[in-house]
Write a protein that binds this ligand. Structure first.
Ligand code: 5GP
Ligand code: MN
Length: 330
């Protein structure tokens, strides 16, 4: 941490980036880190490949996040946030990975330790918690804008203080952020309080797609591109739906299959899918996702796969029989 702080003080041109299809932590950490560096007088570009989901667009200053890296710009440092591996930043992964100094700041157990410097704390409830600690050591004021970003990152990554990563710091930091001007009710209303009608219809289709393994330990939901079209929703509207599958009594692992729209060049019924996994704490789903080339946390993970839907479902269902032998790391 000390060495990273030195670099943040010394260097001038920064690219700050987080993972594609960002969640609240990826947006919050990106904003907090980027705005803090700007406040220090640095030349900073905040970048995310994806459009920021509608529920996070209320965040003050979120308009500074760009979906493109200006081609002529050069950077001394790339700060990569909330990414278990460099590929998570998207199509610019190689370019960013080759920048003069790559700083990897994350809280995923499966982090590949990419980059020149790493600040990885798997006990942090969110990457936003690590950014908070960094900011405390930097000559910057955590104003209301930065505080709202950090608060939102922690609120969403802990599932509103309900997931197993909820720690003492989650409460302590959020309390401090409220002292710094965060309106907790306003954030909750923006993040959870208002759903489009399409999103509710999508939830209905997801609930309807529910399948349970014969031993009752695995639940699975499937969302196809067709369902997204029918309900006029987007990938970001899927966020949180998996929690309905994980809540079912006796279920140890919930899986949500989401058909991706990048299906060009894939033949004979094979398509691209993203699979989200959640566990009740008795199964390490980070290890399962890693076997499929993905990663995440012991309790929440994901991976992307090219397969037929039938094959994929069968593969996931087969996992249910193995749960007795798999123990959670945390
Ligand atoms: P979800 O898939 O539900 O969006 O994400 C759950 C967790 O798994 C998040 O912490 C996310 O960063 C991680 N995750 C999801 N997909 C991937 C993936 O393809 N690779 C890696 N390394 N992590 C993933
Ligand atoms: Mn996170």
């Amino acid at each position: 941490m000390k060495k990273i702080i030195e670099k943040l003080k010394q260097k001038h041109r920064f690219l700050v980036v987080s993972h594609t299809h960002p969640d609240g932590d990826a947006v919050g950490a990106l904003l907090a880190m980027g705005l803090a560096l700007k406040a220090m007088g640095k030349d900073v570009q905040l970048y995310n490949e994806s459009v920021i989901p509608a529920v996070y667009r209320f965040l003050p200053s979120m308009a500074v996040i760009q979906q493109k890296v200006t081609p002529e710009s050069t950077f001394d440092v790339a700060i990569v946030l909330d990414c278990g591996d460099i590929e998570r930043v998207g199509t610019l992964a190689q370019t960013i990975g080759q920048m003069p100094l790559v700083i990897n700041i994350d809280h995923h157990v499966t982090n590949t330790r990419f980059g020149h410097m790493q600040l990885i704390d798997v006990d942090a409830c969110a990457t936003s918690e690590i950014i908070f600690r960094l900011l405390k050591a930097l000559p910057v004021q955590i104003d209301q804008t930065i505080a709202t970003a950090i608060y939102t990152g922690i609120l969403t990554d802990t599932g509103s203080f309900r997931f197993s990563n909820t720690n003492r710091s989650a409460f302590a930091i959020c309390a401090e952020m409220i002292d710094n001007g965060v309106d907790a009710y306003a954030v909750a209303q923006r993040v959870y309080g208002t759903y489009s009608l399409g999103r509710i219809k999508l939830l209905n289709l997801a609930l309807d797609s529910l399948e349970i393994s014969s031993n009752g330990r695995l639940s699975m939901m499937t969302l196809t591109q067709r369902m997204l079209r029918e309900t006029r929703t987007q990938a970001e509207d899927i966020d949180g739906i998996i929690n309905y599958a994980r809540r079912i009594q006796d279920v140890r692992v919930a899986a949500l299959i989401h058909e991706l729209c990048l299906n060009g060049g894939v033949s004979r019924g094979r398509r691209h899918f993203h699979v989200s996994l959640r566990s009740d704490g008795s199964v390490d789903v980070a290890a399962i996702a890693a076997r499929f080339g993905g990663g995440g946390h012991a309790g929440a993970s994901g991976f992307t796969i090219e397969s037929t839907l039938t094959e994929l479902k069968a593969q996931l269902m087969a996992l249910a029989d193995t749960f007795d032998g798999v123990c959670a790391q945390s």
